[in-house]
Design a protein around this ligand. Structure first.
Ligand code: NAD
Ligand code: MG
Length: 331
Protein backbone atom coordinates (compact mmCIF):
# COMPACT_ATOMS: atom_id res chain seq x y z
CA UNK A 1 0.00 0.00 0.00
CA UNK A 2 1.28 3.46 -0.88
CA UNK A 3 -0.40 6.47 0.71
CA UNK A 4 0.81 9.94 -0.33
CA UNK A 5 0.65 13.13 1.71
CA UNK A 6 1.56 16.78 1.10
CA UNK A 7 5.30 16.12 1.45
CA UNK A 8 5.26 13.72 -1.53
CA UNK A 9 3.94 16.35 -3.94
CA UNK A 10 6.29 17.60 -6.67
CA UNK A 11 5.18 21.25 -6.72
CA UNK A 12 6.88 21.76 -10.10
CA UNK A 13 4.84 19.05 -11.83
CA UNK A 14 1.89 21.35 -12.55
CA UNK A 15 3.53 24.72 -11.95
CA UNK A 16 1.87 27.41 -14.05
CA UNK A 17 -0.42 24.81 -15.61
CA UNK A 18 -3.70 25.71 -17.22
CA UNK A 19 -6.45 23.35 -16.13
CA UNK A 20 -9.72 22.84 -17.97
CA UNK A 21 -12.49 21.32 -15.87
CA UNK A 22 -15.21 19.88 -18.11
CA UNK A 23 -18.60 19.88 -16.36
CA UNK A 24 -19.80 21.92 -13.40
CA UNK A 25 -21.80 19.40 -11.40
CA UNK A 26 -21.01 17.70 -8.10
CA UNK A 27 -17.30 17.04 -8.70
CA UNK A 28 -16.67 19.67 -11.41
CA UNK A 29 -17.69 22.59 -9.23
CA UNK A 30 -15.67 21.38 -6.24
CA UNK A 31 -12.51 20.68 -8.24
CA UNK A 32 -12.69 23.95 -10.21
CA UNK A 33 -13.17 26.12 -7.11
CA UNK A 34 -10.53 24.28 -5.05
CA UNK A 35 -7.95 24.37 -7.85
CA UNK A 36 -8.64 28.05 -8.41
CA UNK A 37 -8.21 28.78 -4.68
CA UNK A 38 -4.96 26.76 -4.81
CA UNK A 39 -3.64 29.22 -7.39
CA UNK A 40 -4.13 27.30 -10.65
CA UNK A 41 -5.24 28.90 -13.88
CA UNK A 42 -8.66 27.26 -14.21
CA UNK A 43 -11.23 27.39 -16.99
CA UNK A 44 -14.55 25.56 -16.77
CA UNK A 45 -15.73 23.86 -19.98
CA UNK A 46 -19.52 23.86 -20.14
CA UNK A 47 -22.28 24.30 -22.67
CA UNK A 48 -22.87 27.97 -23.42
CA UNK A 49 -25.86 29.43 -21.59
CA UNK A 50 -26.47 26.22 -19.61
CA UNK A 51 -26.91 26.01 -15.84
CA UNK A 52 -23.25 25.13 -15.24
CA UNK A 53 -22.12 28.04 -17.40
CA UNK A 54 -24.19 30.55 -15.40
CA UNK A 55 -23.23 29.10 -12.03
CA UNK A 56 -19.48 28.90 -12.71
CA UNK A 57 -19.46 32.47 -14.02
CA UNK A 58 -21.38 33.71 -11.00
CA UNK A 59 -18.87 31.97 -8.73
CA UNK A 60 -16.03 33.89 -10.32
CA UNK A 61 -14.56 31.28 -12.67
CA UNK A 62 -13.59 31.63 -16.33
CA UNK A 63 -15.96 29.69 -18.59
CA UNK A 64 -15.74 28.51 -22.21
CA UNK A 65 -17.31 25.90 -24.48
CA UNK A 66 -15.55 22.55 -23.87
CA UNK A 67 -13.77 22.67 -27.22
CA UNK A 68 -12.30 26.12 -26.47
CA UNK A 69 -11.57 25.30 -22.82
CA UNK A 70 -9.30 22.36 -23.69
CA UNK A 71 -7.39 24.15 -26.48
CA UNK A 72 -4.55 25.52 -24.34
CA UNK A 73 -4.97 23.31 -21.33
CA UNK A 74 -2.10 21.28 -19.87
CA UNK A 75 -4.60 19.18 -17.94
CA UNK A 76 -8.21 18.38 -18.79
CA UNK A 77 -10.42 17.01 -16.02
CA UNK A 78 -13.33 15.00 -17.45
CA UNK A 79 -16.09 15.69 -14.93
CA UNK A 80 -19.26 15.42 -16.98
CA UNK A 81 -21.52 12.41 -16.16
CA UNK A 82 -19.98 9.03 -17.01
CA UNK A 83 -22.48 8.38 -19.78
CA UNK A 84 -21.72 11.75 -21.45
CA UNK A 85 -17.92 11.40 -21.34
CA UNK A 86 -17.47 9.40 -24.54
CA UNK A 87 -19.19 11.95 -26.75
CA UNK A 88 -17.57 14.90 -24.95
CA UNK A 89 -14.14 13.27 -25.40
CA UNK A 90 -14.78 12.66 -29.09
CA UNK A 91 -15.85 16.25 -29.60
CA UNK A 92 -12.71 17.74 -27.99
CA UNK A 93 -10.08 15.11 -28.89
CA UNK A 94 -8.64 17.01 -31.84
CA UNK A 95 -8.22 20.18 -29.78
CA UNK A 96 -6.28 18.57 -26.92
CA UNK A 97 -2.71 19.82 -26.61
CA UNK A 98 0.00 17.26 -27.36
CA UNK A 99 1.25 15.67 -24.12
CA UNK A 100 -1.63 17.04 -22.05
CA UNK A 101 -3.13 15.12 -19.14
CA UNK A 102 -6.61 13.68 -19.44
CA UNK A 103 -7.83 13.16 -15.89
CA UNK A 104 -10.88 11.28 -14.63
CA UNK A 105 -12.61 11.08 -11.24
CA UNK A 106 -13.91 7.57 -11.96
CA UNK A 107 -12.34 4.96 -14.23
CA UNK A 108 -15.51 3.65 -15.94
CA UNK A 109 -14.95 4.87 -19.50
CA UNK A 110 -11.26 4.03 -19.71
CA UNK A 111 -11.57 0.69 -17.94
CA UNK A 112 -14.54 -0.43 -20.03
CA UNK A 113 -12.87 0.95 -23.18
CA UNK A 114 -15.58 3.47 -24.05
CA UNK A 115 -12.87 6.12 -24.40
CA UNK A 116 -9.58 5.21 -26.10
CA UNK A 117 -7.41 8.24 -25.41
CA UNK A 118 -4.86 9.51 -27.93
CA UNK A 119 -1.46 7.87 -27.42
CA UNK A 120 0.41 11.14 -26.72
CA UNK A 121 -1.76 11.94 -23.67
CA UNK A 122 -1.17 11.12 -20.02
CA UNK A 123 -4.30 9.42 -18.70
CA UNK A 124 -4.80 9.49 -14.97
CA UNK A 125 -7.35 9.17 -12.23
CA UNK A 126 -7.96 11.19 -9.10
CA UNK A 127 -11.06 9.75 -7.48
CA UNK A 128 -12.20 11.55 -4.31
CA UNK A 129 -13.82 9.12 -1.88
CA UNK A 130 -16.71 11.46 -1.18
CA UNK A 131 -19.31 13.62 -2.93
CA UNK A 132 -18.37 16.95 -4.52
CA UNK A 133 -19.90 19.22 -1.92
CA UNK A 134 -17.80 17.52 0.77
CA UNK A 135 -14.68 17.91 -1.40
CA UNK A 136 -15.40 21.65 -1.49
CA UNK A 137 -16.49 22.07 2.14
CA UNK A 138 -13.56 20.17 3.60
CA UNK A 139 -11.08 22.10 1.46
CA UNK A 140 -12.51 25.37 2.80
CA UNK A 141 -12.13 24.04 6.35
CA UNK A 142 -8.47 23.17 5.78
CA UNK A 143 -9.32 19.47 5.55
CA UNK A 144 -9.45 17.14 2.57
CA UNK A 145 -11.39 14.14 1.28
CA UNK A 146 -9.03 11.20 0.66
CA UNK A 147 -8.48 10.29 -2.97
CA UNK A 148 -7.38 7.33 -5.06
CA UNK A 149 -4.69 7.89 -7.71
CA UNK A 150 -3.97 5.79 -10.81
CA UNK A 151 -2.27 6.13 -14.17
CA UNK A 152 -3.57 4.32 -17.26
CA UNK A 153 -1.20 5.88 -19.79
CA UNK A 154 2.10 7.62 -19.07
CA UNK A 155 3.15 9.40 -22.27
CA UNK A 156 5.31 12.08 -20.64
CA UNK A 157 6.86 10.02 -17.85
CA UNK A 158 5.35 12.52 -15.38
CA UNK A 159 1.75 11.35 -15.34
CA UNK A 160 1.78 10.23 -11.70
CA UNK A 161 3.51 13.38 -10.41
CA UNK A 162 1.05 15.59 -12.28
CA UNK A 163 -1.96 13.68 -11.01
CA UNK A 164 -0.67 13.90 -7.44
CA UNK A 165 -0.18 17.66 -7.83
CA UNK A 166 -3.80 17.85 -9.02
CA UNK A 167 -4.97 15.86 -5.98
CA UNK A 168 -3.00 18.31 -3.83
CA UNK A 169 -4.78 21.22 -5.54
CA UNK A 170 -8.21 19.88 -4.61
CA UNK A 171 -7.16 19.16 -1.01
CA UNK A 172 -6.80 15.38 -1.36
CA UNK A 173 -3.28 15.11 0.07
CA UNK A 174 -4.57 16.40 3.42
CA UNK A 175 -6.72 13.28 3.73
CA UNK A 176 -4.26 10.99 1.98
CA UNK A 177 -3.92 9.80 -1.64
CA UNK A 178 -3.81 6.05 -2.18
CA UNK A 179 -2.24 4.28 -5.18
CA UNK A 180 -4.59 2.07 -7.18
CA UNK A 181 -5.33 1.07 -10.77
CA UNK A 182 -8.20 2.06 -13.06
CA UNK A 183 -9.50 -1.51 -12.78
CA UNK A 184 -9.46 -1.58 -8.98
CA UNK A 185 -11.04 1.86 -8.59
CA UNK A 186 -13.77 1.18 -11.15
CA UNK A 187 -14.70 -2.27 -9.88
CA UNK A 188 -14.65 -1.45 -6.16
CA UNK A 189 -16.50 1.83 -6.69
CA UNK A 190 -19.31 0.19 -8.66
CA UNK A 191 -19.54 -2.73 -6.24
CA UNK A 192 -19.56 -0.44 -3.20
CA UNK A 193 -22.33 1.82 -4.44
CA UNK A 194 -24.45 -1.14 -5.58
CA UNK A 195 -24.09 -3.58 -2.70
CA UNK A 196 -23.33 -1.40 0.31
CA UNK A 197 -23.60 2.38 0.06
CA UNK A 198 -26.53 3.17 -2.18
CA UNK A 199 -28.23 -0.11 -3.07
CA UNK A 200 -27.68 -2.14 0.08
CA UNK A 201 -28.12 0.54 2.73
CA UNK A 202 -31.28 2.06 1.25
CA UNK A 203 -32.90 -1.34 0.75
CA UNK A 204 -32.18 -2.22 4.39
CA UNK A 205 -33.77 1.04 5.57
CA UNK A 206 -36.87 0.64 3.40
CA UNK A 207 -37.44 -3.01 4.30
CA UNK A 208 -37.03 -2.23 8.01
CA UNK A 209 -39.53 0.65 7.75
CA UNK A 210 -42.03 -1.53 5.87
CA UNK A 211 -41.74 -4.33 8.44
CA UNK A 212 -42.70 -1.97 11.27
CA UNK A 213 -45.52 -0.25 9.36
CA UNK A 214 -47.01 -3.56 8.17
CA UNK A 215 -47.01 -4.72 11.80
CA UNK A 216 -49.22 -1.75 12.71
CA UNK A 217 -46.72 0.74 14.14
CA UNK A 218 -46.97 4.46 13.28
CA UNK A 219 -45.10 5.30 10.05
CA UNK A 220 -43.58 8.35 11.76
CA UNK A 221 -42.08 6.23 14.53
CA UNK A 222 -40.82 3.75 11.95
CA UNK A 223 -39.24 6.60 9.97
CA UNK A 224 -37.35 7.99 12.95
CA UNK A 225 -36.17 4.52 13.85
CA UNK A 226 -35.06 3.20 10.47
CA UNK A 227 -34.07 6.31 8.46
CA UNK A 228 -33.44 9.30 10.74
CA UNK A 229 -31.29 7.51 13.33
CA UNK A 230 -29.08 5.89 10.72
CA UNK A 231 -26.96 9.06 10.60
CA UNK A 232 -25.86 8.67 14.21
CA UNK A 233 -24.61 5.16 13.51
CA UNK A 234 -22.93 6.08 10.23
CA UNK A 235 -21.15 9.04 11.85
CA UNK A 236 -19.76 6.77 14.58
CA UNK A 237 -18.59 4.22 12.01
CA UNK A 238 -17.02 6.98 9.92
CA UNK A 239 -15.16 8.42 12.90
CA UNK A 240 -14.03 5.29 14.69
CA UNK A 241 -15.22 2.09 13.04
CA UNK A 242 -17.15 -0.70 14.76
CA UNK A 243 -15.21 -0.06 18.00
CA UNK A 244 -16.42 3.52 18.39
CA UNK A 245 -19.98 2.56 17.53
CA UNK A 246 -19.88 -0.11 20.24
CA UNK A 247 -18.66 2.48 22.74
CA UNK A 248 -21.64 4.74 22.14
CA UNK A 249 -24.59 2.40 21.80
CA UNK A 250 -26.25 0.69 24.77
CA UNK A 251 -25.35 -2.79 25.98
CA UNK A 252 -28.81 -3.90 24.92
CA UNK A 253 -28.30 -2.48 21.41
CA UNK A 254 -24.95 -4.23 21.23
CA UNK A 255 -26.39 -7.60 22.23
CA UNK A 256 -29.15 -7.22 19.64
CA UNK A 257 -26.61 -6.18 17.01
CA UNK A 258 -24.34 -9.16 17.65
CA UNK A 259 -27.06 -11.80 17.83
CA UNK A 260 -29.55 -10.49 15.19
CA UNK A 261 -27.42 -8.64 12.62
CA UNK A 262 -26.07 -11.81 10.96
CA UNK A 263 -29.67 -13.08 10.61
CA UNK A 264 -30.57 -10.02 8.52
CA UNK A 265 -27.53 -9.93 6.26
CA UNK A 266 -26.95 -13.63 5.71
CA UNK A 267 -24.68 -15.92 3.72
CA UNK A 268 -27.27 -15.70 0.96
CA UNK A 269 -26.79 -11.93 0.87
CA UNK A 270 -23.04 -12.43 0.62
CA UNK A 271 -23.53 -14.94 -2.19
CA UNK A 272 -25.58 -12.33 -4.05
CA UNK A 273 -22.86 -9.73 -3.37
CA UNK A 274 -20.35 -12.05 -5.06
CA UNK A 275 -22.68 -12.32 -8.05
CA UNK A 276 -23.00 -8.53 -8.23
CA UNK A 277 -19.22 -8.22 -8.10
CA UNK A 278 -18.89 -10.76 -10.95
CA UNK A 279 -21.30 -8.71 -13.08
CA UNK A 280 -19.11 -5.67 -12.47
CA UNK A 281 -15.87 -7.54 -13.23
CA UNK A 282 -17.12 -9.17 -16.43
CA UNK A 283 -18.50 -5.88 -17.76
CA UNK A 284 -22.09 -7.18 -17.67
CA UNK A 285 -23.24 -4.27 -15.52
CA UNK A 286 -21.41 -1.73 -17.69
CA UNK A 287 -22.96 -3.12 -20.89
CA UNK A 288 -26.42 -3.02 -19.32
CA UNK A 289 -26.02 0.61 -18.15
CA UNK A 290 -24.62 1.76 -21.50
CA UNK A 291 -27.46 -0.02 -23.32
CA UNK A 292 -30.04 1.54 -20.93
CA UNK A 293 -28.71 4.99 -21.84
CA UNK A 294 -28.59 4.25 -25.56
CA UNK A 295 -32.24 3.17 -25.52
CA UNK A 296 -33.56 6.28 -23.74
CA UNK A 297 -33.39 5.24 -20.05
CA UNK A 298 -37.01 4.01 -19.88
CA UNK A 299 -36.31 1.29 -17.32
CA UNK A 300 -34.12 3.59 -15.24
CA UNK A 301 -36.70 6.38 -15.17
CA UNK A 302 -39.44 3.94 -14.12
CA UNK A 303 -37.38 2.48 -11.28
CA UNK A 304 -36.34 5.92 -10.07
CA UNK A 305 -39.97 7.02 -9.94
CA UNK A 306 -40.96 3.91 -7.99
CA UNK A 307 -38.12 4.46 -5.53
CA UNK A 308 -39.16 8.01 -4.67
CA UNK A 309 -42.88 7.24 -4.60
CA UNK A 310 -42.63 5.02 -1.53
CA UNK A 311 -44.49 5.75 1.69
CA UNK A 312 -41.22 6.35 3.56
CA UNK A 313 -40.55 9.31 1.26
CA UNK A 314 -43.90 10.95 1.99
CA UNK A 315 -43.64 10.45 5.74
CA UNK A 316 -40.01 11.56 5.71
CA UNK A 317 -40.70 14.77 3.78
CA UNK A 318 -43.29 15.83 6.38
CA UNK A 319 -41.06 15.10 9.36
CA UNK A 320 -37.98 16.68 7.83
CA UNK A 321 -39.92 19.88 7.12
CA UNK A 322 -39.95 20.38 10.92
CA UNK A 323 -36.14 20.28 10.97
CA UNK A 324 -34.99 22.88 8.42
CA UNK A 325 -31.47 22.75 9.85
CA UNK A 326 -31.04 19.31 8.29
CA UNK A 327 -30.27 21.03 5.01
CA UNK A 328 -27.64 23.31 6.47
CA UNK A 329 -24.57 21.73 4.90
CA UNK A 330 -22.20 23.67 7.13
CA UNK A 331 -23.54 22.02 10.26
P1 NAD B 1 -22.91 15.59 -12.25
O1 NAD B 1 -24.04 14.81 -12.83
O2 NAD B 1 -23.07 16.15 -10.89
O3 NAD B 1 -22.53 16.84 -13.14
C1 NAD B 1 -22.12 16.78 -14.44
C2 NAD B 1 -22.07 18.17 -15.07
O4 NAD B 1 -21.61 17.98 -16.40
C3 NAD B 1 -23.41 18.88 -15.20
O5 NAD B 1 -23.68 19.68 -14.10
C4 NAD B 1 -23.18 19.71 -16.43
O6 NAD B 1 -22.49 20.90 -16.07
C5 NAD B 1 -22.21 18.92 -17.26
N1 NAD B 1 -22.74 18.16 -18.41
C6 NAD B 1 -23.69 17.20 -18.40
N2 NAD B 1 -23.85 16.68 -19.62
C7 NAD B 1 -22.95 17.30 -20.42
C8 NAD B 1 -22.62 17.20 -21.79
N3 NAD B 1 -23.24 16.33 -22.60
N4 NAD B 1 -21.64 18.02 -22.27
C9 NAD B 1 -21.00 18.89 -21.47
N5 NAD B 1 -21.28 19.03 -20.15
C10 NAD B 1 -22.24 18.26 -19.65
O7 NAD B 1 -21.62 14.64 -12.35
P2 NAD B 1 -20.70 14.14 -11.16
O8 NAD B 1 -21.52 13.30 -10.25
O9 NAD B 1 -19.90 15.25 -10.64
O10 NAD B 1 -19.74 13.11 -11.95
C11 NAD B 1 -18.61 13.54 -12.67
C12 NAD B 1 -17.56 12.46 -12.58
O11 NAD B 1 -17.13 12.33 -11.22
C13 NAD B 1 -18.07 11.07 -12.97
O12 NAD B 1 -17.02 10.39 -13.62
C14 NAD B 1 -18.39 10.42 -11.64
O13 NAD B 1 -18.34 9.01 -11.69
C15 NAD B 1 -17.26 10.98 -10.80
N6 NAD B 1 -17.46 10.95 -9.34
C16 NAD B 1 -18.61 11.48 -8.82
C17 NAD B 1 -18.79 11.50 -7.45
C18 NAD B 1 -20.02 12.16 -6.84
O14 NAD B 1 -20.10 12.19 -5.63
N7 NAD B 1 -20.97 12.70 -7.58
C19 NAD B 1 -17.81 10.96 -6.59
C20 NAD B 1 -16.62 10.47 -7.16
C21 NAD B 1 -16.48 10.46 -8.54
MG1 MG C 1 -32.44 1.58 -3.41
Amino acid sequence: MKLYSQKDVDKKALKGARIAVLGYGSQGRAHALNLSDSGFDVVVGVRKGGLGWKKAKKEGLAVAEPIDAVANADLVAMLVPDMAQKSVYESVEKSLKKGATLLFAHGFNVHFKQIKPRKDLDVSLIAPKGPGDLVRRQYQQGRGVPCLIAVAQDATGKAHAKALAYAHGIGGTRGGVLDTTFAEETETDLFGEQAVLCGGATELVVKGFETLVEAGYQPEVAYYECMHELKLIVDLLHEGGLTKMHEFISETAKYGDLTRGPRVVTDRTKKEMRKILKEVQTGKFARQWIEENASGRKGYDKLLKQDTNRQIEKVGAELRARMPWLNDRRA
